[in-house]
Design a protein around this ligand. Structure first.
Ligand code: SAH
Ligand code: DHB
Ligand code: MG
Length: 236
């Protein structure tokens, strides 16, 4: 039974529950705290994944035994640290970031977390650096986290499939946008980018996918999960 009727639930309550969970289930974490403090100090926007979603990324990477991870959209490296900590010895994470200041802050945060040896932050627009990765034969990656500009999600998703293998997991952040994803007439280019991605995802024979809606400190949003299937066999 709900403690409060749904209509009266607020962002304050979602935040309080996120904090309740994190306090009980997460260890104190100096590297992550320092990464958030340094990011705020440098004036980066506080749009990183929530602690609970960061840990979820970490657990998914661990559960699938991901050895190679590709992230698109680094910011200050908060999600990067959560993901990279799931890597086994010898595992690698590459994170793509267009903003030089974000990349610099992230590299320092990642080094402070003791992960510099496993993580490369590659500077440049993802639509420029993704073809570089393909040319270098940097894949196949086991896990992708797509979390950069929302206008190009569909293109990033196509690159993920190209750089993945059957069984790779592709996660895409921020695809519900407080329900704005339903608004076909939205003037918000991020909403249109997400809508274009979802429409294509539904027709994509190369993956099996769903979207999970979420509430919490980051309000009402959601993420897409897709597993790359064999090109011929579409599974439910
Ligand atoms: N994944 C991070 C948050 C990323 S915020 C976390 O959860 O901790 C989105 C990031 O994508 C920003 O740092 C922004 O500079 C970057 N970005 C925006 N457009 C980009 C592009 N075309 N290529 C690469 N990065 C881009
Ligand atoms: C924004 C981007 C994100 O990746 C996110 O998780 C929240 C907000 C943004 O661009 O506003
Ligand atoms: Mg995001």
């Amino acid at each position: 039974m709900l403690a409060v009727p749904y209509q009266t639930m607020t962002h304050d309550q979602w935040t309080a529950v996120d904090e309740f969970i994190a306090r009980r289930l997460h260890e104190r974490d100096e590297a992550l705290d320092a990464a958030l403090a340094a990011s705020a100090e440098a004036g980066l926007p506080a749009i990183q994944v929530s602690p609970c979603h960061g840990k979820m990324l970490h657990l998914l990477a661990r559960a699938m035994g991901a050895r190679r991870i590709l992230e698109i959209g680094t910011l200050g490296g908060y999600s990067t640290i959560w993901l990279a900590r799931a890597l086994p010895t010898g595992g690698r994470l590459i994170s793509l970031e267009a903003n030089p200041k974000h990349a610099e802050v992230a590299r320092a945060n990642i080094a402070r977390a003791g992960l510099a040896g496993a993580v490369e932050v590659r500077l440049g627009r993802a639509l420029d650096t993704l073809p570089q990765l393909a040319a270098e034969q940097a894949g196949p990656f086991d896990l992708f986290f797509i979390d950069a500009d929302k206008e190009h999600i569909a293109e990033y998703f196509d690159w993920a499939i190209r750089l993945g293998r059957p069984g790779s997991l592709i996660l895409v952040d921020n695809v519900v946008r407080e329900g704005a994803v339903l608004d076909a007439e939205s003037a918000d280019t991020a909403v249109q980018g997400v809508r274009r991605f979802i429409e294509r995802l539904g027709r994509d024979q190369r993956v099996s996918a769903t979207v999970v809606q979420t509430v919490g400190v980051k309000k009402y949003d959601g993420f897409a999960l897709a597993v790359i299937t064999a090109a011929t066999a579409r599974t439910p």
